[in-house]
Design a protein around this ligand. Structure first.
Ligand SMILES: [Zn+2]
Length: 127
């Protein structure tokens, strides 16, 4: 006599901590710099400011959702909820791109082989 098999319900995910949906603010700024610092900033992409240097802020925006502080300061960060607003909507619902179809009377004319890779491609590039 076989014992009846016991089926277990799938375990529910444990209670998770609430997700932090707050924005991470960044400031786009302009900083006056001397020529030496400009050279460093151009080369490294960063530089050190003087202590207590005042920085003029152009605008403040969220690092993730790229929205301005004044527009979304009182809302949750949409990028942490769903960032589809940045990629043009739900990609499952968008129609696929249509391929261009050649005209019925089109003829492919073979041309010379063009090298598009390596240094030779750059040196032989026609303007
Ligand atoms: Zn945000």
């Amino acid at each position: 006599m076989s014992t009846p098999s016991v089926t277990h319900a799938p375990e529910l995910p444990a209670e998770t901590e609430p997700v932090d949906l707050s924005h991470e603010w960044v400031a786009n700024a302009q900083v006056k710099i001397d020529p030496k610092t400009a050279k460093i900033a151009d080369f490294r992409g960063s530089f050190r400011t003087k202590l207590e240097q005042r920085i003029d802020v152009l605008d403040v925006m969220c690092l993730h959702c790229r929205r301005h502080f004044e527009d979304v300061a009182d809302q949750d960060c949409e990028a942490k909820i769903d960032n589809q607003h940045l990629i043009g909507g739900d990609q499952r619902e968008r129609p696929k791109r249509r391929k261009e179809r050649m005209a019925a009377n089109a003829v492919i004319v073979p041309g010379p082989r063009i090298n598009r890779r390596g240094i030779d491609a750059v040196l032989n590039r026609e303007a």
